[in-house]
Design a binder for this molecule. Sequence first.
Ligand code: NAD
Length: 331
Amino acid sequence: MRLIVGKGAINGIRREISRISPFSVAVVTERKVADLHLEKLMEHIGNAQCIVLEPGEKMKSLETAEIIWRWLFEIGATRRTLIIAFGGGTVIDIAGFVASTYMRGMFLANVPTTLLAQADAAVGGKNGVDYIGKNMIGTFYDPKFVLVDTSFLDSLGEDEMRSGMAEIVKHAIIGDEKLFEMLENGGFSIEEAVKRSLFVKLRIVKRDPREEKGLRSMLNLGHTVGHALEFLSNYSISHGIAVSIGIAVSCKLGEMLHGFDGRERVEALLVKMGLPIRLKADPDDVIRVARRDKKAVNGRIVMVVPRKIGRVVVEEVDEEILRKALEEMTS
Ligand code: NAD
């Protein structure tokens, strides 16, 4: 997989496409992204067919996958057609799923347009649709290239920027102390932060591409409590906000279990990014939902806990200790 990151990187997309030499090009995108940026993409690609979906998580469904499969048949796509996923994490997920299943797999390239997708979702090879639960049906499938042009972020709303920043802070705590310091000091370019964030993820994914060794779970820092909070709010709070609180709780646990001494720095950084660090939910409710987290083993809660900035462990957490941490983090 080739990774290209930079402001204006889109100018080089034609070169990346010609390296693959596809039979044809099919762009999968959604309405909001299409209104804002499709013209620019098309100028650079030249000849391509497009399908424009409705924006939002609801579009990540088997019904939409079927619509795209059917469309691909209609436009005569083959295994040598290149699908370009152009949008946020939702488009990346569904387009990747379709690309990996249509005729048992066609060429795929990701051109992410949200910070969350640029710093996280666009790499790692996971895709999927929501079916009964979130991301229940999907495959592992790598794109030929991921092209990250940060100029697409100019049109992104503040909430979406904050959500993406939460994932970048997450990656810094997991595996890049220097990135953490850069974020703290403030003198960083978004390109550098995105690149370093992607490298943390790629380093871990390379060692455990199919999540078979448990290493990939490290990337879930803040997500056990985060997912529980999203669920308990009936998805009325954003993913980034939930993850930020989840990270703060994990840091509290790190302090209690391993003497982690970076909690205040993490909290200060999250607050500086405009992210919350205190929860409003009932700790017992959070624990009840956390028992069903995908990392849980027979209902025992397994979480990602920082030991120092740049290093985390995945471990079973005693419910009493988690309850205490949650109580202390409740506002
Ligand atoms: P999203 O794709 O819904 O985008 C968020 C919002 O931003 C949407 O309203 C979209 O229309 C808008 N948008 C996109 N690009 C824009 C731009 N340049 N300017 C203005 N608005 C723009 O959501 P997301 O936050 O990017 O991603 C969340 C999804 O990603 C979830 O479905 C999650 O499961 C998935 N995800 C996947 C992975 C993975 O590894 N595959 C990792 C993390 C998250």
